[in-house]
Design a protein around this ligand. Structure first.
Ligand SMILES: *Cc1c(COP(=O)(O)O)cnc(C)c1O
Length: 400
């Protein structure tokens, strides 16, 4: 507890490098990787005490592991959360954040623009278990007011929303949700750690795919759920321990090392993305650019209020539809075609045929995901090289 207090006083850059570090008796510089599935007890009585929770200490890998704990403590620190639970993937985090607290008869309201698999969980899976769900235009506060009711137990939103970069007013939606006693879960992958702090804005729970910026180097899958001690004790921890979607110690070690460079990578990616967004906006082959950091973004003022930067992901519509988008992607020589984002390598994807293929054409039309939409995740390469690659591919997309 003393350590936690000291760590909370550190600036984020220090927290990212040193927060949560628990050295073994060997005094290793880097965080130790505890590749063990279980833990031994000194005595039978100790097994009894640990199982009962009367003595602190590890019991079994599904309940906790020292390397995973270091990662969880470090991320909780930078997010300003009481507690963090690391999970095997981002989707495991999304699913557990909802299922750990929902029961048949509950109601969930979610902003429609979100990662494709989250859409499937909320729109298709939850209703199978007697949970009613409503999807709405998250930018419309009146729609939130109309949809929220006493049975609403959870509100789920992603802001900026993947892939159209729509912004939800986290503070206003949280206030509305709290007035009916619902908890607000924010998928903060595109908001990014440190750039957007949902808990400070009034949300109750933050989820991450740590596969994205937190690893940031395309190596490992992971997820995280952050929230209050109360939510952890009453809902999340019992659910996680019995259903088992935990992060492996090895992946937690990769993520810990990812956090050390997160601020540097975030700054660089967001700065490059902001400049590339402005260049794309002026290009004749581009019909529209969707980037929260551009003054042309319909919610630029709100984005500036709740995000300290515009993020590292840019979406843009190519005038020539799907053919132009495919020509553009196939002409890239540096930027890779990939569904992933937040990587050191810049990646471009065509959401309509990949990440949002499964939700169908009608849902895509409602979301504003056109056939000419391209999503670009800006990495760490030199801006000049990225710029020439984009310009070359845009010429090809325009058919010249
Ligand atoms: C990638 C992603 C997820 C899912 O994370 P996985 O680690 O792939 O399971 C959820 N939400 C958003 C916004 C994402 O980008």
């Amino acid at each position: 507890m003393e350590r936690r207090k000291r760590e909370r006083a550190w600036a984020p850059a220090t927290q990212l490098v040193r927060g949560g570090t628990e050295r073994s008796h060997h005094g290793e510089t880097s965080e130790a990787l505890y590749l063990t599935s279980g833990f031994v007890y000194e005595t039978a009585a100790q097994g009894d005490a640990r199982t009962a929770g009367d003595e602190a200490g590890y019991v079994y890998g599904r309940f906790g592991n020292p390397t995973v704990t270091m990662f969880e403590d470090r991320l909780a620190l930078i997010e300003g959360a009481d507690a963090c639970q690391a999970t095997a993937t981002g989707m495991a985090a999304v699913f557990a954040s909802l299922m750990s607290q929902l029961r048949a008869g509950d109601h969930v309201v979610a902003s429609r623009v979100m990662f494709g698999a989250c859409h499937v969980v909320i729109d298709e899976l939850l209703p199978r278990y007697g949970i009613e769900t409503d999807l709405l235009d998250g930018t419309d506060l009146r729609a939130w007011e109309r949809a929220l009711r006493p049975e609403t137990r959870c509100v789920f939103l992603e802001s900026p929303g993947n892939p159209t970069m729509a912004i939800v007013d986290i503070a206003a939606v949280s206030a509305l949700a709290h007035s009916v006693g619902a908890r607000v879960i924010v998928d903060n992958v595109l908001g990014m750690p440190m750039v957007q702090r949902p808990l400070a804005l009034g949300a109750d729970i933050v989820v991450y795919s740590t596969t994205k910026h937190i690893d940031g180097q395309g190596r490992a899958l992971g997820g995280a759920i952050l929230g209050s001690d109360e939510f952890f004790a009453n809902d999340l921890v019992p659910f996680i321990r019995t259903t088992g979607p935990v992060m492996s110690p090895f992946n937690a070690w990769v993520m810990l090392k990812g956090l050390e460079t997160l601020e540097l990578r975030t700054t660089r990616m967001c700065e490059t993305a902001a400049r590339l967004a402005a260049i794309l906006e002026g290009h004749p082959a581009v019909a529209a650019v969707h980037y929260p950091g551009l003054p042309s973004h319909p919610q630029h003022a709100l984005a500036a209020k709740q995000m300290s930067r515009g993020g590292s992901v840019i979406a843009f519509d190519l005038a020539g539809g799907r053919d132009a988008a495919f020509r553009f992607l196939d002409s890239l020589e540096l930027i890779d075609i990939s569904n992933n984002l937040g990587d050191a390598k810049s990646l471009a994807t065509h959401p309509a045929s990949t990440t949002h293929q499964k939700i169908g054409a009608d849902a895509r039309a409602t979301l504003g995901i056109g056939d000419g939409l391209v999503r670009l995740s800006v990495g760490l390469e030199a801006e000049t090289d990225l710029r020439s690659d984009l310009e070359h591919a845009l010429r090809a997309a325009a058919g010249s």
